[in-house]
Structure formats: C-alpha cells, structure tokens
Design a protein around this ligand. Structure first.
Ligand code: CS2
Ligand code: MG
Length: 403
C-alpha cells in the first residue's frame, strides 16, 4: 500500500496569496494541490489543517475515488467553495502522486491526449476602447487565437477587468474591500462599440470573448447578447448571477450569443439545470474550486451529453498548480472548449516551477510525470500571507450590487 505519511498547507504571497497542499507518501513520492480561494484563503487552509489532514494520514494514496467520497460524503456538510477547494487540493495531490508513481504525465492517466495542445485566451484590457484594442493587437501578434476584451466605462472611475498593469490582473487589491461603482446603462453602451472596433482592427480570424461578471439582469443580458451578435463573440461570460438557473432561459429567448458560466461553481449541482436544458454553451468550473480532477471530469462528462463544452477558469488567483492540473484535463477531455490563461508574475512562477509552456496561442502541460509542477517551499517562505479582499460593487445610488 502507498501510505500517505504527511500533508501540510503552504500559504505564500509572491505578489498575491496562494494556498498549496503538499502531500508525502511512504515511497517518498510527493504531490501538490492548489487550494486557493481568492479573499478567503485562510478558511481553506484551516479546513485542510484542522479537519481534513488528520483523516488522511495512513490512508492508501492510490484510493483517489474512495478518499474523494470520504471527504465529500463524510463531511456531512456538503459542497460550498471552502469544502470543495479543500477536497480539490487533496484530489489534485493524489493524482499528481499517482502519475509520478506510474511515471506518466497526468493526461495519460485521464485517457491520453485528445488534441495536440490547449487553446487559451489572453486578456486585453484598457481604460478606453483604443487602449484595449491596441493591447489585443499585441496579443494577436504574440500568436493568441482568442482574446478577452474588457474596457473602461466612460463615467465610471473603474470597472471589472481593467488593470493598471496591462498584462497582469489581480482584483484582490486591498487589506479591506475597495468599493467600486457601477452603472449598467453606461456599460451597455460601450461594449458593442468595443466589439465593433475590435472586429474592424483585429479582423475575423481571432476569437473574441467578454466577461460581464454577473452584472446584468436576464433581459439586459438578452439585450447585450443581441447587440454583440454581429461581431460573433466566442462567448459572453457570467452574464447574470447564476443563483437562479431559470434566468438563462430568458437570455436564450433573445440571443444566440454563446453563454459561459461557472467559475464560481463548486459542484455539478450548481450547473445541472443549465447543462440539462442547454442554457449555456461553456462551463467554466475548474480544478481548484470544483472538487479537483475527479469531480471536474464528472461535470465535463455530464456537459458532453448536452453539447456543452469546457472553458476552465484560469485567473491569476488560481495557482500554477491548478493551471497545470487543468491543462492535463483540457488536453484529454473530449468536449474541450477553451482555457483561460492569465499569466502569473515572474515571482509566482519562481515559487511554482512548472513544465507547461505556451506556443502558437496554446498551452501544453508537458510530459513530466504527474502534474509537472511543484512548489519551492523555501522560496515560498519568503512571502508571508498578506490579507487581501476582492472589491465590493455599488450602484451610483449606493445600492450594494454584484462585483
Ligand atoms: O473570468 C475571470 O477570470 C474573472 O472572473 C476572474 O478574474 C475573477 O474575477 C477572479 O478569479 C476572482 O478572484
Ligand atoms: Mg469571469
């Protein structure tokens, strides 16, 4: 039996906080798993340290499914972002270990490669349409086949997705939540202009995406989807808050613009109706927040039955450990759609040495056994945790709104 002999949680902040589970076994093989939940990192660290790790020691590391069921059903209090991020970290570390023991990259254990590489999308943003298009043109010159467009909204001091630094976007920007201001009417005017300008400049051989970030009502989303149809977006993401999955029926009645949702989902149950009724086209759940490789495969298989493709979340607050795991999943899953790729800083990449690489608008996980990523714990120790919150959002009249 391959016994789990130890497991520890490493919290580090190379420019932003990451939570990593490091698991060791009786054969000396170690695995890693991402457990980062932006703005709530210590909740997951505690869940792992105080409630999960004591139950792991002595278990057979090869029993990935049994351990997953033990941590999910055995918790009694099922689901939720903290629980499922903790389960994800254990699951990911176990798959890493299994790959290393087998001497195979993880994708080979998931059924092998279904494609040559993993198409990704970059993040062009700017305070104006012109700034955004200029950055998008640079991404296109770098070989990206898909680019997300987010621009400032005239009359608003800031908005989602627009960062001071063109190529790195980190929304958790303060020790207590910063307060952003939002106006749907101002926003709805600028996005169609942004896409019209993008098609004029970038042409039609590039996929263009947009993240609404939960800020519209269903009928407003129908309006925006219809306004964007002439520009053929690859997707319109998080058009509305998905608590009420019925909302997407109304959007579907008004527009053929493809819809993506799910980066904040943590189990298949969050998406069941959306998938079954084909109310979305892409499911954004990813390894770190949706219970790991084991559960993400279930979500993808269910989605495949209903023509829904994957579009895993891949923002900077998901560590290179999650990115590596997602890329192995992306390379193998039959109904792959696209992978988000917000590049990490050099500081972060130094803490998490990895074998995935970018070329020609795509990433490949590499062929190192297991995940092909690790954490340099000595370097990580140089970056102590620094509390940081995601912002909150208010309407211009002060009403608390969705960020
Ligand atoms: O699609 C995306 O990447 C965004 O929605 C994220 O930047 C999201 O805001 C962050 O991951 C939140 O921590
Ligand atoms: Mg998003």
């Amino acid at each position: 039996m391959l016994k789990i002999t130890s497991a520890r949680v490493v919290v580090t902040c190379p420019g932003r906080n990451f939570v990593t589970l490091v698991m060791e076994t009786s054969d000396g093989v170690r695995g890693v798993g991402d457990a980062t939940l932006n703005g709530r990192e210590l909740a997951v660290a505690s869940y792992l340290n105080d409630h999960v790790i004591p139950c792991l020691i002595g278990r057979d590391a090869h029993r990935i499914e049994d351990i997953w069921q033990y941590l999910y059903r055995g918790a009694y209090w099922r689901r939720g972002p903290v629980t499922m991020s903790a389960i994800a970290a254990v699951d990911t570390a176990l798959w890493d270990i299994k790959g290393k023991v087998a001497g195979l990259p993880l994708y080979q254990l998931l059924g092998g490669a279904s494609r040559e590489n993993v198409m990704v999308y970059g993040h062009a943003n700017g305070v104006s349409i012109e700034d955004t298009i200029a950055v998008a043109a640079d991404y296109q010159a770098q070989g990206y086949k898909a680019i997300r467009l987010q621009c400032g909204v005239p009359g608003l001091p800031s908005t989602y997705g627009v960062s001071k630094d063109k190529y790195f976007y980190e929304p958790a920007d303060a020790d207590l939540p910063t307060e952003n201001v939002w106006s749907t009417s101002k926003y709805l005017r600028v996005v169609p202009e942004l896409f019209a300008a993008a098609r004029d400049t970038l042409g039609w051989d590039v996929h263009l995406l947009h993240d609404v970030h939960h800020r519209l009502t269903p009928i407003e989303a129908g309006r925006l989807g219809k306004d964007l149809e002439p520009y053929r977006p690859f997707w319109m993401e998080d058009a509305v808050v998905a608590d009420n999955q019925d909302s997407f029926r109304l959007i579907r009645q008004h527009t053929t613009t493809p819809l993506a949702v799910g980066e904040i989902f943590n189990s298949v149950w969050d998406a069941k109706q959306l998938i079954q009724e084909q109310l979305v086209d892409y499911i954004r759940a990813t390894v770190v927040h949706a219970g790991g490789i084991t559960h993400l495969r279930r979500i993808a298989s269910f989605a495949d039955m209903y023509n829904v493709r994957t579009g895993c979340h891949g923002a900077t607050d998901l560590s290179p450990v999650c990115m590596a795991a997602a890329l192995h999943f992306d390379l193998s899953v039959p109904n792959f759609g696209i992978q988000e790729y917000m590049r990490h800083t050099e500081e972060t990449d130094a803490v998490f040495p990895h074998s995935y690489s970018f070329a020609d608008g795509a990433l490949h996980p590499g062929d190192a056994p297991g995940l092909g990523v690790d954490i340099d714990e000595q370097l990580a120790a140089k970056y102590p945790y620094k509390r940081a919150y995601l912002p909150v959002n208010r309407l211009e009249d002060g009403t608390l709104f969705n960020w």
